[in-house]
Design a protein around this ligand. Structure first.
Ligand code: ZN
Length: 333
Protein backbone atom coordinates (compact mmCIF):
# COMPACT_ATOMS: atom_id res chain seq x y z
CA UNK A 1 0.00 0.00 0.00
CA UNK A 2 1.25 3.48 -0.86
CA UNK A 3 0.53 6.28 1.57
CA UNK A 4 0.56 10.01 0.99
CA UNK A 5 0.78 12.49 3.83
CA UNK A 6 -0.65 15.97 4.00
CA UNK A 7 1.36 18.98 5.17
CA UNK A 8 0.46 18.22 8.81
CA UNK A 9 2.04 14.79 8.43
CA UNK A 10 -1.21 12.84 8.75
CA UNK A 11 -1.72 9.90 6.45
CA UNK A 12 -4.66 10.91 4.32
CA UNK A 13 -4.59 8.82 1.16
CA UNK A 14 -3.93 5.10 0.92
CA UNK A 15 -3.93 3.01 -2.23
CA UNK A 16 -6.06 0.01 -1.26
CA UNK A 17 -6.44 -1.79 -4.62
CA UNK A 18 -5.32 -1.07 -8.20
CA UNK A 19 -6.71 2.38 -9.08
CA UNK A 20 -8.68 2.51 -5.81
CA UNK A 21 -7.70 4.96 -3.08
CA UNK A 22 -9.04 5.48 0.41
CA UNK A 23 -9.00 9.08 1.59
CA UNK A 24 -9.45 9.71 5.30
CA UNK A 25 -11.63 12.71 6.01
CA UNK A 26 -11.41 13.93 9.63
CA UNK A 27 -14.75 14.27 11.47
CA UNK A 28 -13.88 16.81 14.17
CA UNK A 29 -15.56 16.48 17.56
CA UNK A 30 -17.35 13.33 16.44
CA UNK A 31 -16.82 9.86 17.98
CA UNK A 32 -16.62 8.35 14.49
CA UNK A 33 -13.36 10.32 14.10
CA UNK A 34 -12.77 9.65 10.39
CA UNK A 35 -14.79 8.97 7.26
CA UNK A 36 -13.26 6.62 4.69
CA UNK A 37 -14.11 8.07 1.30
CA UNK A 38 -13.04 6.04 -1.73
CA UNK A 39 -11.69 7.32 -5.02
CA UNK A 40 -11.68 5.07 -8.06
CA UNK A 41 -9.63 6.35 -10.97
CA UNK A 42 -11.08 5.57 -14.38
CA UNK A 43 -9.98 6.22 -17.98
CA UNK A 44 -12.67 8.70 -18.96
CA UNK A 45 -14.38 9.29 -15.61
CA UNK A 46 -13.50 8.78 -11.95
CA UNK A 47 -15.82 7.84 -9.13
CA UNK A 48 -15.73 9.14 -5.55
CA UNK A 49 -17.79 7.51 -2.81
CA UNK A 50 -18.97 9.77 0.08
CA UNK A 51 -17.56 13.12 1.25
CA UNK A 52 -17.48 14.04 4.97
CA UNK A 53 -19.51 16.74 6.76
CA UNK A 54 -20.44 20.11 5.36
CA UNK A 55 -17.69 21.59 7.54
CA UNK A 56 -14.50 23.56 6.88
CA UNK A 57 -12.10 20.83 8.12
CA UNK A 58 -13.73 18.17 5.92
CA UNK A 59 -13.77 20.39 2.86
CA UNK A 60 -10.08 21.28 3.19
CA UNK A 61 -9.06 17.63 3.55
CA UNK A 62 -11.26 16.57 0.64
CA UNK A 63 -9.99 19.26 -1.72
CA UNK A 64 -6.33 18.70 -0.71
CA UNK A 65 -6.65 15.03 -1.61
CA UNK A 66 -8.33 15.80 -4.92
CA UNK A 67 -5.41 18.03 -5.78
CA UNK A 68 -2.87 15.47 -4.56
CA UNK A 69 -4.32 12.83 -6.89
CA UNK A 70 -4.68 15.33 -9.75
CA UNK A 71 -8.38 14.68 -10.09
CA UNK A 72 -10.46 16.72 -12.52
CA UNK A 73 -13.87 16.99 -10.82
CA UNK A 74 -15.57 17.74 -14.15
CA UNK A 75 -14.58 14.18 -15.15
CA UNK A 76 -15.72 12.66 -11.89
CA UNK A 77 -18.94 11.32 -10.42
CA UNK A 78 -19.76 11.40 -6.73
CA UNK A 79 -21.87 8.65 -5.23
CA UNK A 80 -23.46 9.06 -1.80
CA UNK A 81 -24.10 5.67 -0.14
CA UNK A 82 -26.71 7.06 2.26
CA UNK A 83 -28.20 10.26 3.56
CA UNK A 84 -26.13 10.79 6.74
CA UNK A 85 -24.34 14.13 6.75
CA UNK A 86 -20.86 12.63 7.33
CA UNK A 87 -21.35 10.98 3.91
CA UNK A 88 -23.33 13.60 2.01
CA UNK A 89 -22.14 16.87 3.57
CA UNK A 90 -20.04 18.16 0.68
CA UNK A 91 -22.27 16.91 -2.15
CA UNK A 92 -23.42 20.42 -3.13
CA UNK A 93 -19.86 21.75 -2.97
CA UNK A 94 -18.40 18.97 -5.12
CA UNK A 95 -21.23 19.14 -7.62
CA UNK A 96 -20.69 22.91 -7.99
CA UNK A 97 -17.15 22.10 -9.10
CA UNK A 98 -18.56 20.03 -11.96
CA UNK A 99 -18.93 16.48 -10.63
CA UNK A 100 -21.97 14.32 -11.44
CA UNK A 101 -24.06 13.24 -8.44
CA UNK A 102 -25.46 9.78 -7.74
CA UNK A 103 -27.57 8.47 -4.88
CA UNK A 104 -30.11 5.74 -4.21
CA UNK A 105 -33.72 6.29 -5.25
CA UNK A 106 -34.91 6.49 -1.62
CA UNK A 107 -32.12 8.34 0.21
CA UNK A 108 -31.58 10.75 -2.73
CA UNK A 109 -34.99 12.47 -2.42
CA UNK A 110 -34.70 12.33 1.39
CA UNK A 111 -31.41 14.25 1.21
CA UNK A 112 -33.21 16.95 -0.79
CA UNK A 113 -35.90 17.15 1.86
CA UNK A 114 -33.23 17.43 4.55
CA UNK A 115 -31.84 20.61 3.02
CA UNK A 116 -35.03 22.31 4.26
CA UNK A 117 -36.00 23.14 7.83
CA UNK A 118 -39.47 21.58 7.41
CA UNK A 119 -37.94 18.10 7.34
CA UNK A 120 -36.26 18.64 10.70
CA UNK A 121 -39.45 20.01 12.27
CA UNK A 122 -40.68 16.42 12.57
CA UNK A 123 -37.84 15.78 14.99
CA UNK A 124 -39.58 18.26 17.25
CA UNK A 125 -42.48 15.81 17.24
CA UNK A 126 -40.08 12.97 18.08
CA UNK A 127 -38.81 14.78 21.18
CA UNK A 128 -42.36 14.47 22.58
CA UNK A 129 -43.00 10.89 21.37
CA UNK A 130 -39.63 9.72 22.75
CA UNK A 131 -40.16 11.52 26.08
CA UNK A 132 -37.04 13.62 25.44
CA UNK A 133 -38.76 16.87 26.42
CA UNK A 134 -37.66 15.84 29.89
CA UNK A 135 -34.09 16.51 28.72
CA UNK A 136 -35.01 19.78 26.97
CA UNK A 137 -33.78 18.57 23.56
CA UNK A 138 -34.34 20.58 20.38
CA UNK A 139 -34.01 19.46 16.77
CA UNK A 140 -31.22 22.03 16.38
CA UNK A 141 -29.12 19.73 18.59
CA UNK A 142 -29.35 16.96 16.01
CA UNK A 143 -25.96 16.58 14.25
CA UNK A 144 -27.72 15.48 11.07
CA UNK A 145 -29.28 18.92 10.91
CA UNK A 146 -26.09 20.85 11.65
CA UNK A 147 -23.80 19.39 8.99
CA UNK A 148 -26.02 18.35 6.11
CA UNK A 149 -25.94 20.11 2.72
CA UNK A 150 -28.12 23.22 2.82
CA UNK A 151 -28.45 23.75 -0.95
CA UNK A 152 -30.59 21.94 -3.52
CA UNK A 153 -28.91 18.86 -5.01
CA UNK A 154 -29.53 17.23 -8.37
CA UNK A 155 -29.01 13.50 -8.01
CA UNK A 156 -29.06 10.82 -10.67
CA UNK A 157 -31.07 8.19 -8.82
CA UNK A 158 -29.89 4.58 -8.73
CA UNK A 159 -31.78 1.34 -8.20
CA UNK A 160 -30.71 -2.22 -7.45
CA UNK A 161 -28.88 -3.78 -10.39
CA UNK A 162 -27.82 -0.50 -12.06
CA UNK A 163 -24.22 -0.67 -13.32
CA UNK A 164 -21.52 1.99 -12.96
CA UNK A 165 -18.43 1.30 -15.06
CA UNK A 166 -15.16 2.91 -14.00
CA UNK A 167 -11.99 1.81 -15.80
CA UNK A 168 -11.81 -2.00 -15.52
CA UNK A 169 -14.43 -2.12 -12.82
CA UNK A 170 -18.15 -2.71 -13.20
CA UNK A 171 -19.96 -1.74 -10.01
CA UNK A 172 -23.42 -3.10 -9.40
CA UNK A 173 -25.81 -1.14 -7.18
CA UNK A 174 -27.08 -3.24 -4.26
CA UNK A 175 -29.91 -2.18 -1.93
CA UNK A 176 -28.87 -2.57 1.71
CA UNK A 177 -31.56 -0.64 3.63
CA UNK A 178 -31.62 -0.51 7.44
CA UNK A 179 -28.96 1.90 8.67
CA UNK A 180 -31.00 4.39 6.61
CA UNK A 181 -34.21 3.62 4.65
CA UNK A 182 -32.42 3.60 1.28
CA UNK A 183 -28.75 2.81 1.96
CA UNK A 184 -27.01 1.45 -1.17
CA UNK A 185 -23.73 -0.38 -1.72
CA UNK A 186 -21.60 -1.18 -4.77
CA UNK A 187 -20.51 -4.70 -5.64
CA UNK A 188 -17.74 -5.56 -8.08
CA UNK A 189 -18.34 -9.18 -8.94
CA UNK A 190 -15.12 -9.96 -10.86
CA UNK A 191 -12.81 -8.62 -8.16
CA UNK A 192 -15.11 -9.46 -5.25
CA UNK A 193 -15.10 -5.91 -3.86
CA UNK A 194 -17.94 -4.40 -1.88
CA UNK A 195 -18.33 -0.73 -0.96
CA UNK A 196 -20.73 -0.94 1.94
CA UNK A 197 -20.94 2.57 3.46
CA UNK A 198 -22.09 2.15 7.07
CA UNK A 199 -23.98 -1.12 6.57
CA UNK A 200 -21.23 -3.29 8.09
CA UNK A 201 -18.44 -1.71 10.15
CA UNK A 202 -15.58 -3.29 12.04
CA UNK A 203 -15.54 -2.55 15.81
CA UNK A 204 -18.47 -0.10 15.57
CA UNK A 205 -22.08 -1.20 15.58
CA UNK A 206 -23.91 0.80 12.91
CA UNK A 207 -26.66 2.91 14.46
CA UNK A 208 -30.16 1.62 13.63
CA UNK A 209 -32.56 4.47 14.29
CA UNK A 210 -36.23 5.22 13.98
CA UNK A 211 -37.34 6.52 10.55
CA UNK A 212 -41.09 6.67 11.06
CA UNK A 213 -43.88 4.18 11.76
CA UNK A 214 -43.97 3.07 8.11
CA UNK A 215 -40.75 1.06 8.59
CA UNK A 216 -39.80 -1.99 10.62
CA UNK A 217 -36.29 -0.72 10.21
CA UNK A 218 -34.51 -3.20 12.48
CA UNK A 219 -36.03 -6.13 10.63
CA UNK A 220 -35.07 -4.48 7.34
CA UNK A 221 -31.50 -4.07 8.57
CA UNK A 222 -31.19 -7.67 9.76
CA UNK A 223 -32.45 -8.85 6.36
CA UNK A 224 -29.86 -6.67 4.58
CA UNK A 225 -27.12 -8.21 6.74
CA UNK A 226 -28.27 -11.69 5.74
CA UNK A 227 -28.37 -10.58 2.10
CA UNK A 228 -24.73 -9.41 2.06
CA UNK A 229 -23.65 -12.54 3.97
CA UNK A 230 -24.29 -14.53 0.78
CA UNK A 231 -21.98 -12.39 -1.39
CA UNK A 232 -18.51 -13.54 -2.30
CA UNK A 233 -16.38 -10.65 -0.94
CA UNK A 234 -12.58 -10.31 -0.65
CA UNK A 235 -12.51 -6.67 0.40
CA UNK A 236 -15.37 -4.93 2.14
CA UNK A 237 -14.56 -1.23 1.93
CA UNK A 238 -16.15 0.29 5.04
CA UNK A 239 -16.88 3.99 5.61
CA UNK A 240 -15.34 4.06 9.12
CA UNK A 241 -12.47 2.17 10.81
CA UNK A 242 -10.88 -0.91 9.23
CA UNK A 243 -11.45 -2.39 5.82
CA UNK A 244 -12.93 -5.87 6.36
CA UNK A 245 -11.61 -9.12 4.86
CA UNK A 246 -14.01 -11.45 6.68
CA UNK A 247 -17.48 -9.96 6.32
CA UNK A 248 -19.25 -13.16 7.44
CA UNK A 249 -17.56 -13.07 10.85
CA UNK A 250 -18.60 -9.46 11.34
CA UNK A 251 -22.16 -10.05 10.15
CA UNK A 252 -22.51 -12.92 12.64
CA UNK A 253 -21.35 -10.57 15.40
CA UNK A 254 -23.80 -7.83 14.35
CA UNK A 255 -26.71 -10.28 14.23
CA UNK A 256 -25.77 -11.48 17.72
CA UNK A 257 -25.45 -7.91 18.97
CA UNK A 258 -29.02 -7.05 17.97
CA UNK A 259 -30.27 -10.32 19.44
CA UNK A 260 -28.69 -9.34 22.76
CA UNK A 261 -30.04 -5.80 22.49
CA UNK A 262 -33.56 -7.16 22.02
CA UNK A 263 -33.10 -9.37 25.10
CA UNK A 264 -31.86 -6.41 27.11
CA UNK A 265 -34.90 -4.35 26.11
CA UNK A 266 -37.27 -7.25 26.82
CA UNK A 267 -35.96 -7.29 30.38
CA UNK A 268 -36.26 -3.49 30.74
CA UNK A 269 -39.92 -3.43 29.68
CA UNK A 270 -40.88 -6.75 31.24
CA UNK A 271 -42.64 -5.60 34.38
CA UNK A 272 -43.26 -1.93 33.77
CA UNK A 273 -44.27 0.19 30.80
CA UNK A 274 -41.38 2.43 29.76
CA UNK A 275 -40.99 5.44 27.51
CA UNK A 276 -38.39 5.35 24.73
CA UNK A 277 -36.10 7.74 26.60
CA UNK A 278 -36.34 5.74 29.84
CA UNK A 279 -35.66 2.50 27.97
CA UNK A 280 -32.56 4.07 26.40
CA UNK A 281 -31.42 5.41 29.76
CA UNK A 282 -31.58 1.87 31.20
CA UNK A 283 -29.64 0.27 28.33
CA UNK A 284 -25.90 -0.27 28.39
CA UNK A 285 -23.98 2.04 26.04
CA UNK A 286 -20.33 1.85 25.13
CA UNK A 287 -19.79 5.49 26.01
CA UNK A 288 -17.67 6.98 28.75
CA UNK A 289 -20.43 8.69 30.70
CA UNK A 290 -21.50 7.80 34.21
CA UNK A 291 -25.16 8.54 33.76
CA UNK A 292 -27.78 9.46 31.19
CA UNK A 293 -27.64 13.09 32.35
CA UNK A 294 -23.98 13.24 31.28
CA UNK A 295 -24.79 12.11 27.71
CA UNK A 296 -24.29 14.98 25.24
CA UNK A 297 -27.53 15.87 23.43
CA UNK A 298 -26.62 14.19 20.11
CA UNK A 299 -25.92 10.92 21.96
CA UNK A 300 -29.33 11.18 23.64
CA UNK A 301 -30.88 11.40 20.20
CA UNK A 302 -28.96 8.40 18.86
CA UNK A 303 -29.57 6.27 21.93
CA UNK A 304 -33.33 6.99 22.03
CA UNK A 305 -33.69 6.45 18.32
CA UNK A 306 -31.81 3.14 18.55
CA UNK A 307 -34.02 2.06 21.48
CA UNK A 308 -37.11 3.03 19.44
CA UNK A 309 -36.15 0.86 16.43
CA UNK A 310 -35.85 -2.15 18.76
CA UNK A 311 -39.06 -1.32 20.68
CA UNK A 312 -41.00 -1.03 17.43
CA UNK A 313 -39.53 -4.35 16.28
CA UNK A 314 -40.90 -6.00 19.44
CA UNK A 315 -44.23 -4.23 19.03
CA UNK A 316 -44.56 -5.30 15.36
CA UNK A 317 -43.60 -8.88 16.28
CA UNK A 318 -46.52 -8.89 18.74
CA UNK A 319 -44.18 -9.22 21.73
CA UNK A 320 -44.73 -5.77 23.23
CA UNK A 321 -47.74 -3.51 23.66
CA UNK A 322 -47.57 0.15 22.79
CA UNK A 323 -49.64 2.83 24.49
CA UNK A 324 -49.73 6.59 24.39
CA UNK A 325 -50.32 9.15 27.08
CA UNK A 326 -50.12 12.90 26.53
CA UNK A 327 -48.27 12.27 23.27
CA UNK A 328 -45.58 10.09 24.89
CA UNK A 329 -45.24 6.47 23.78
CA UNK A 330 -44.85 3.63 26.27
CA UNK A 331 -43.91 0.01 25.65
CA UNK A 332 -44.45 -3.05 27.82
CA UNK A 333 -43.71 -6.70 27.12
ZN1 ZN B 1 -24.35 6.50 8.48
Amino acid sequence: MTKTTNNKGDKMITKVYPNIYKQEIPLPRNPLRILNSYIILGESRNLIIDTGFNMKECKEAFMDNIEELNIDLTKTDLLITHLHSDHSGLAAEVSKKGAGLYAGKIDGPMMLAMTKDEYWKRFEGYTRIFDLEKDNLLFHDHPGYKYCPKEALEFNLLKEGDLLEVGDYAFEVIDIPGHTPGHIGLYERNHRLFFGGDHILDRITPNISFWGFEYNILETYLNSLKKVYEYDIDYLFTAHRNILRDHKRRIDELLQHHGKRLDEIRSIIKNKRMSVRDTAANMHWELRYDSWDDFPNPQKWFASSEAMSHLEYLFLAGEAERSEEEGILYYKL
